[in-house]
Structure formats: C-alpha cells, structure tokens
Write a protein that binds this ligand. Structure first.
Ligand SMILES: Nc1ccccc1C(=O)C[C@H](N)C(=O)O
Ligand SMILES: [Zn+2]
Ligand SMILES: [Zn+2]
Length: 210
C-alpha cells in the first residue's frame, strides 16, 4: 500500500502550551486497573483551543453555529499548503501569485510558532482582506500553524469575523514544520461535541496529485 500519512497535529500532554489563562491540558488515569479490577480509565481536561483544533462560529459569536452543526466535508479533501514564511502578516496581495484554481482548502505554513514547549508571543496573522479574496476563489477552509488567525492580543478578532462572513471555516494550531508546500489530501475531523465552540482534531495529510 503506497499511502503515507503526515501527522500535522501537535502533541497533547502535560505542559502543552495553552492560551494564557486558559485551562491547562491534563490527562490522568482516574480509575486504575488495580482499582477497577479490569481496566485503566483515563480522564481529560483541556481548553478546546489547545493544540490542533477547529473553531466553531459560536467561539466568537453567541448566536454562531456549534461544532456539531458544521459540515464534515469541510475537514476532508484536497488542500494546498502554501509557504508564507517570513511574513509578519498575510494580506491578499501576498497571495495574488498563487494559482488558486480548484482550491477549497488552504493551509498557511508561517513557521512563526516552532517552539512547541511555549505559547508564542507574536505570530504571523491573517489580514481582514484575505477573507473576501479567498471567498472569490471559493475557498471554504483555512488552516494555520499558529494558535489564532488573528494577532494574539486582538479583541476584535477581525480575521475570525471576516472569514465567517465569507463562509470560510478555521483550523488552527497545525504543525507544518516538516511539510513541503504543495497539494495533499487533508483529514481533520472534529469530535461530535454537540454544544462545542470548536474541537480538538487529529489533522493529517496524505499525498495527493491534483
Ligand atoms: N482560548 C482563548 C482564551 C481566551 C481568549 C482567546 C482564546 C482563543 O483561543 C482565541 C483564539 N483566536 C482561538 O480561536 O483559538
Ligand atoms: Zn481556536
Ligand atoms: Zn480561532
């Protein structure tokens, strides 16, 4: 079988960086094999926005859709990984040279968060004019290798809102360090957390010929 999977998910373990002030990641065995007599049973506590995850519109809008309401088609299918390393922000003008024909999922490799042991101080973010530009090309999902599509100190969340207005969904916290830009098949399904403002995902790429 000639399929190779590239894992583009960040590890979830004690000490995994979390948004400042948000719930730390914790996994523990709440019921050990000795106690239960048969099995180890694990317990998980985490912010939904830790590591590799998708945002649901409810994350930034009280009347927005919850994660369970979103179409799973968004999270599986061809995706283009684009190199935007060395930019402090991504604007529409930075994307004009890219052939976006038939792209419905685009993943930005910014390489601006490469020390996975620490929450970053500053990362490459998405300018508000990117959303209308990508929507013109029928893009439905964007993915970034940083904790947010907006600047980390943003309260207005311009990019989140602009993307939502243009029906573009958001995947955050990818690990694209070892990914060569180009075409892949993406798979990154959210968990069926009915009321969720998002969900952690196991995001992977598989080689794909356009
Ligand atoms: N976890 C947080 C706690 C407080 C304030 C923001 C966040 C976020 O996660 C925002 C980020 N733009 C996100 O969508 O993942
Ligand atoms: Zn998020
Ligand atoms: Zn977000």
């Amino acid at each position: 079988m000639d399929v190779s999977i590239i894992d583009i998910s960040r590890r979830l373990e004690q000490g995994t960086p979390t948004w400042p002030g948000d719930t730390p990641f914790s996994y523990s065995v709440s019921w050990s094999k000795e106690e239960s007599g048969s099995v180890n049973v694990g317990k998980l506590e985490m912010s939904i926005h830790t590591g590799t995850h998708v945002d649901a519109p409810f994350h930034f809008m009280n009347n927005g859709e919850r994660i369970y309401d979103l179409d799973l088609e968004l999270y599986v299918g061809p995706a283009l990984v684009v190199d935007v390393t060395n930019l402090s922000s991504i604007a529409a003008k930075d994307l004009e040279q890219i052939d976006l024909t038939n792209v419905s999922r685009i993943l930005f490799k910014t390489n601006s968060w490469t020390d996975y042991t620490k929450f970053p101080e500053e990362v490459t973010y998405i300018e508000a004019d990117v959303a209308p530009f990508l929507a013109k090309h029928n893009i439905k999902l964007i993915g970034v290798d940083v904790p947010s599509v907006d600047p980390l100190d943003s309260k207005e969340l311009q990019a989140h809102h602009a993307l939502h207005t243009h029906h573009i969904h958001i995947l955050e916290g990818l690990d694209l360090q070892n990914v060569t830009p180009g075409w892949y098949e993406l798979m990154a399904f959210p968990l069926p957390i009915v009321e969720g403002d998002g969900s952690p995902v196991r995001a992977v790429l598989r080689s794909h010929n356009k």
